[in-house]
Design a protein around this ligand. Sequence first.
Ligand code: FE2
Length: 117
Amino acid sequence: MAEKTSQDLLARLALVPRTLEARGLDAAPLIRDKLWRVGDLPGAALLEVILRDEIGHVAIGNRWYPWLCAQRGLDPVAAHAELARRHCAPRLRGPFNIEARRAAGFDEQELAALQTG
Ligand SMILES: [Fe+2]
């Protein structure tokens, strides 16, 4: 995805922090819990650090993506759908880490849209 979006900052923001890294927010608790269950407590603690760091990475996307959409006169939701289609981004599937996504700056409309598919 970094290569696919290397020529367009808007696509990079939409599809790396706001899609793939946001997916990391969803996946980290599941992996952390699996590690915990098999007794890998240091591994589980590392996943906590990764999750916390990832919120900051996603927040960068959520800070600049709407700004750049405004600069270009684009609707953020429609632009995201078009960029995801154009660059064959993976389709998002739950369960979603709504709390972490909220902390990373996704707005309530986007969070509601995720949960209704
Ligand atoms: Fe990251």
